[in-house]
Design a protein around this ligand. Structure first.
Ligand SMILES: Cc1cc2nc3c(=O)[nH]c(=O)nc-3n(C[C@H](O)[C@H](O)[C@H](O)COP(=O)(O)OP(=O)(O)OC[C@H]3O[C@@H](n4cnc5c(N)ncnc54)[C@H](O)[C@@H]3O)c2cc1C
Ligand code: SF4
Length: 546
């Protein structure tokens, strides 16, 4: 007999973790299936050589570029906590106007079927859950919120404070990034986070990053009704004879086949893997893939136009934790060109480069460590559009194939041009090193970190596989709770929206069981067994709920 749970959640990243956390207090039997393992805690977590050069934690295998058949390694991690184990923890709300239609250079970013106001209460809860730092009102485009950020803005180190002053002098409105690290600057002796230089792109050795494992999965596992099964890769979802319900969840666990059943199934494997799983689950009743009568599952893939820009400043930059400052003056327009009618994008600080990373960016540099001492590192994001032909497909052998054509290249170029122009005028002069003013560029197809849009939601089953509750129109007991549901990518980071929406989905599922307000009581029981870092997790959770 297959093992039965009230709710099976597939994937333990931002979305799956939040659903599990929110439903844990309901007492329903919840089984979390995760294809990866717990990431080992070891000194290499913070070793640039191990991360970037030796690729110690890379476990995504390879996918295929549909344009030319080339194989590539996607920026994708399979661990408990998903990609949040490595993320930069910048936790933005989408802007209010992002929920409406927006005209871009290459077309229209479509309107969402819900408004900012619908998601706002869940953003409030998501910021509390992930203990986000920030200062309301600094960002000129900050959407309304119920109250201040749970934690104060993280301070700039001196070189970034200087950069902030220079940008203000240039007429811009830099602001403190909304950041989910468990840093208590007022009480450093109690702070879980030690403000180190190896955060963005690295796992946190001391469990002080607000990632899905630390903030949702481990706390949820303290409830006796929640179980995590690792190395459990879901390979197929099968339906009952009506085709309206998932009746069997087929898992490959270390090469063995396992089967599960559930009243409700929540798919949160990441936008690309979730779409791939539905496509791979085609049967007689769903010949084009599960819930894919519309033909839209896997389509409208968006990745963001993401670029790194490394500026080499004459003034050395000894900053350790650099992700404290953002600039959204170019989000909707170009303040330096009133004739430009389109959005341009967002700018934020990136993790600080060190010798190994600079070695990739500037391979002919003889002394990458010295060059790194002068780097100031930025991350630029421009919205990409949900093209129907940008899509995920699954090969006969189960391999993932991506078809992806970039959009809004003129906006990407303009954002870079504007930032470089500003930096030219604020002491990133060319005379630092001959021919060494800027490095970095746009991410290729492997840059799938911000993937979204592959199973979008909407009221019309002919054009959107998910309904407004993120349940498949064609399958009554299957919900999706990762970034697949996005209708547009916007130009800010996706994860807070994934978490907020996952809590919304959890509320709907709790309602199905006749229960209300899932996750309303966030008090987490004491650990029921040894955990990786009981002291850290307990104190962090205590602070979150206090
Ligand atoms: C280096 C890096 C930096 C980033 N920085 C930021 C940032 O600063 N801010 C931000 O908002 N976002 C950031 N992101 C993106 C962020 O990590 C993702 O938006 C977020 O993790 C997506 O959540 P998810 O739940 O959709 O998917 P994931 O977090 O990817 O979780 C999906 C989970 O499903 C599991 N899974 C996949 N397939 C199966 C299967 N068949 N069966 C069982 N389990 C499966 C995976 O192993 C994984 O654990 C960053 C990402 C990276 C890689
Ligand atoms: S200690 Fe703080 S800065 Fe360092 S990785 Fe952890 S959360 Fe990031």
């Amino acid at each position: 007999m297959p093992e039965h749970a009230d709710v099976v959640v597939i994937g333990s990243g931002a979305g799956g973790g939040a659903v599990t956390w929110a439903l844990a207090p309901t007492g329903k039997k919840i089984l979390l299936l995760e294809r990866g393992d717990r990431l080992p805690r070891e000194v290499q977590n913070w070793d640039p050589q191990a991360l970037w050069a030796d690729k110690r934690y890379s476990n995504s295998g390879q996918w295929t570029d549909g344009a030319d058949g080339r194989r590539f390694t996607p920026k994708q991690h399979y661990y408990v906590g998903g990609n949040t184990k490595f993320y930069g923890a910048i936790l933005y709300r989408f802007r209010e106007r992002d929920f409406g239609a927006v005209q871009h250079v290459d077309g229209v970013s479509p309107a969402w079927p819900i408004s900012y106001a619908d998601l706002a209460p869940y953003y409030d809860r998501a910021e509390q859950l992930y203990q986000v730092h920030g200062k309301r009102g600094e960002d000129p485009d900050d959407p309304p919120a119920a109250g201040p950020y749970p934690w104060p803005a993280i301070s700039d180190e001196p070189r970034i404070a200087q950069l902030r002053a220079d940008l203000i002098g240039a007429g811009l409105h830099p602001f403190s990034l909304p950041n989910g690290i468990l840093l208590d600057e007022a009480n450093p002796h109690l702070s879980a986070c030690i403000r180190c230089a190896t955060c963005d792109g690295y796992p946190c050795l001391v469990n002080a990053k607000a990632d899905a494992q630390v903030m949702t999965v481990e706390p949820a596992l303290r409830y006796p009704n929640v179980t995590l099964r690792t190395r459990a890769r879901v390979v197929r979802l099968e339906t009952d004879p009506s085709g309206r319900n998932v009746s069997r969840i087929v898992v490959d666990r270390d090469g063995d086949r396992e089967e599960y059943t559930a009243d409700v199934v929540v798919l949160a494997a990441g936008a690309i893997n979730s779409a791939a799983l539905l496509l791979a689950s085609a049967d007689d009743r769903h010949p084009a893939g599960l819930g894919n009568g519309s033909g839209h599952v896997g389509r409208h893939l968006m990745l963001h136009n993401n670029s790194g820009l490394v500026a080499f400043s004459k003034t050395p930059n000894p900053t350790r934790f650099q992700k404290t400052l953002g600039v959204n003056d170019f989000y909707w327009s170009d303040p330096f060109d009133p004739d430009w009618e389109y959005p341009v994008g967002s700018i934020q600080m990136n993790g600080k480069s060190e010798a190994v990373l600079i070695g990739f960016d500037v391979p002919d540099e003889r002394d990458p460590a010295e060059l790194a001492r002068h780097s100031i590192d930025f991350w630029l994001t421009t919205e990409d559009l949900p093209l129907t032909e940008n899509r995920v497909t699954v090969d006969r052998d189960g391999g993932i194939r991506l078809f992806y054509r970039r959009t809004n290249a003129a906006e990407v170029a303009r954002l870079r041009m504007r930032l470089q122009g500003l930096l030219d005028s604020i002491r990133c002069e060319q005379d630092v090193y001959p021919n060494r003013q800027y490095a970095g560029g746009q991410l290729g197809i492997g840059g799938v970190a911000h993937q979204n849009g592959t199973i979008r939601f909407g009221p019309d089953p002919a054009t959107a596989p998910l309904d407004l509750d993120c349940r498949l129109h064609e399958v009554d007991n299957l919900y999706v709770a990762d970034s697949s549901f996005f209708v547009s990518s916007t130009a800010v980071n996706p994860t807070l929206t994934i978490i907020a929406n996952a809590m919304r989905v959890a509320d709907t599922i709790a309602g199905r069981f006749g229960l209300s307000a899932a996750g309303a009581d966030p008090a987490v029981p004491a650990p029921r067994r040894a955990e990786p870092a009981p002291g850290t997790v307990a104190s962090v959770s205590g602070r979150a709920t206090g």
